[in-house]
Design a binder for this molecule. Structure first.
Ligand SMILES: [Zn+2]
Length: 357
């Protein structure tokens, strides 16, 4: 009798453990890096016809940087780029990337528009770009507000983890909105693209840039949609269109939970900066480049309470979808002679901008 009971108990424990392993990923909780890594392989297994994990670099501490490539097989496909977590402490950003991936995949089983988008475009989503920094913010509360990567600075620097990756790209590097003291929050690195994380994005995106329609880089906080450029004297050739698309995306965001997002260039609505990945992407000729600064407006700042994850990612999804839909529609449904002329004007203007930079 006693033996039977023990055996039954063992069976019960095994069943409970199996159930715990199958537990659904909670999209409205913050997850540490091991949980996110597990989630990536689970989602790639669940949607194996649509998702592949692509490794494209290493961090300073030799961790893998990868992205989820999402789409269905096709020819001459275009690309939507999204990255989250370039700044370590902005936890809502990786939460958004996870929600974005889940939502487009769920929609792709029922929604004909999303099915068409996945035939025409692949989504390249990096859930956490600054892996070392993100892991550092999870080590203890005193590191929770870490922003930069973890590479050592120049010889004699007293700080470990020195470079603001979003000042390290080759876009007016080191000119405005940076501080060359290596311990500062906006130290841009020893030189442009000195950091392995920025190198990974640069080398990977350079190879595909002619096919990338949109480059969306997700941050917090401030409730802003920032368009190129961070340098006040450099103007994107398609600035008017970027403003128009951005304002419509902000309207889409507001409809979800009533939050106001401001739209503009960084110097106009935030501060001037240089070396950002968004500006670099625009200089590569990628037309729709946006920085999302998600919730909130400063009440909780980088430590957005978990009960706001759901509304924050739902509204941001709406904004991102608006931009992506616009890029898709213009490329696949709006190919007219006028469109071609605009494209040439854009390319020429981009070249001029590059010379100015
Ligand atoms: Zn940021």
């Amino acid at each position: 009798m006693h033996r039977t009971l023990t055996f039954t108990r063992l069976l019960l424990c095994a069943a409970l453990a199996a159930a715990a392993n199958r537990v659904e990923h909670d999209y409205f909780k913050y997850h540490d890096m091991p949980e996110i890594t597990k989630w990536k392989s689970d989602i790639a297994a669940k949607y194996k016809d649509k998702v592949t994990i692509v490794e494209y670099g290493k961090t300073y501490e030799n961790r893998t940087i990868d992205l989820l490539k999402i789409g269905v097989p096709g020819t001459n496909k275009k690309i939507i780029w999204m990255d989250c977590g370039i700044h370590a402490r902005e936890w809502i950003a990786p939460a958004f990337c996870q929600y974005f991936v889940k939502t487009i995949l769920e929609k792709s089983t029922t929604d004909s528009k999303m099915q068409q988008m996945m035939k025409d475009m692949d989504f390249y989503v990096t859930t956490v770009l600054n892996v070392d920094g993100y892991m550092h913010t999870w080590t203890n509360q005193s590191n929770r507000l870490w922003r930069k990567n973890r590479s050592p600075g120049p010889t004699g620097c007293d700080c470990l983890g020195t470079t603001d990756l979003n000042r390290n790209f080759y876009s007016n590097w080191g000119t405005v909105g940076v501080n060359f003291s290596c311990c500062s929050q906006t130290y841009p690195g020893k030189s442009a693209v000195s950091e392995p994380e920025a190198q990974a994005v640069t080398q990977f995106v350079e190879k595909i840039s002619k096919d990338v329609l949109a480059f969306l880089t997700i941050h917090s906080y401030g409730q802003l949609l920032l368009i190129p450029y961070g340098h006040p004297q450099v103007i994107a050739p398609n600035q008017d269109e970027l403003m128009e698309v951005g304002l419509a995306a902000a309207e889409a965001i507001k409809k979800v939970h009533g939050k106001d997002y401001k739209v503009g260039t960084s110097p106009t609505i935030l501060y001037a900066n240089s070396g950002s990945s968004r500006d670099w992407a625009r200089l590569q000729g990628i037309p729709y480049c946006f920085t999302f600064e998600l919730r909130d407006d400063g009440t909780h700042g980088f430590e957005l309470p978990a009960d706001q994850i759901k509304p924050a990612v739902e509204e941001a999804y709406s904004g991102a979808l608006h931009i992506i839909t616009h890029a898709h529609h213009k490329t696949f449904n709006g190919a007219t002679a006028a469109g071609a002329a605009t494209l040439w004007a854009t390319v020429l203007a981009a070249v001029v901008t590059k010379l100015l930079a």
